[in-house]
Write a protein that binds this ligand. Structure first.
Ligand SMILES: CC(C)(COP(=O)(O)OP(=O)(O)OC[C@H]1O[C@@H](n2cnc3c(N)ncnc32)[C@H](O)[C@@H]1OP(=O)(O)O)[C@@H](O)C(=O)NCCC(=O)NCCS
Length: 180
């Protein structure tokens, strides 16, 4: 897709593709690093190579049938960021669920903001019937909350005790943005 400079790093940003099925180890290393870090994601269990194969296959299929888009960032032979939007099922398939992560050491240099704006643009262009973007975020995840507000997402609901994190039950915000 494109090469862009963030801080002092030249980062390659592209769509997930069939060739990624040959790079399962890179995907596994990326997600498991986030899990070890206890980054504020939904996933909290180490992922296997089979999990990564399933994730990539499902994502490729969703791109093919216009129900999902996914981009990744790479640097130095490593995955350093990933962002996606997936249409929810059935009577909720006008809602695109957004997700993002950036590798430690690559945060705070504008990569997350860029990935987010690119994946939202791509979703708007490609996802059939998309009307609303939605995301869920831990109340205590300040960097993510700041980014999402800057990108025009609004708080819709606060759900107390919604997610387990470091032995505590943390609140989550449901945030939405109209697709215009
Ligand atoms: C949330 C996350 C994706 C942000 O990505 P990032 O690349 O660090 O963000 P950026 O550098 O593009 O910064 C985007 C904006 O967020 C804000 N921000 C970034 N880091 C911040 C921090 N530590 N505290 C407060 N605000 C912060 C800045 O205001 C910035 O806007 P600006 O560039 O206009 O000043 C990244 O921190 C991450 O992957 N965290 C772990 C996984 C995670 O929490 N994912 C989200 C789950 S809902």
């Amino acid at each position: 897709m494109t090469n862009k400079i963030f801080g002092d790093k030249k980062i390659n940003i592209r769509r997930i593709s069939k060739s990624d099925l040959k790079r399962l180890k890179l995907f596994q290393e990326y997600i498991n690093l986030l899990i070890e870090e206890k980054a504020m994601l939904l996933l909290n269990k180490k992922q296997t190579l089979q999990n990564e194969k399933d994730f990539i296959e499902k994502t490729l299929l969703s791109q093919k049938n216009k129900s999902g888009v996914c981009i990744i960032a790479e640097h130095d032979g490593k995955i350093v960021g990933l962002s996606d939007v997936k249409l929810k099922p059935l009577a909720k398939n006008h809602i695109g669920l957004f997700g993002i992560s950036v590798r430690q050491g690559y945060r705070g240099i504008g990569l997350g903001k860029y990935l987010m704006s690119e994946v939202l643009k791509l979703a708007k262009k490609e996802l059939l019937g998309l009307k609303i973007f939605e995301l869920e975020v831990y109340k205590i995840n300040k960097p993510a909350r700041v980014l999402y507000k800057k990108m025009g997402f609004k708080d819709i609901a606060k759900i107390p005790r919604a997610i387990q994190h470091k032995g505590k039950l943390e609140a989550e915000y449901l945030m939405m943005k109209e697709v215009k």
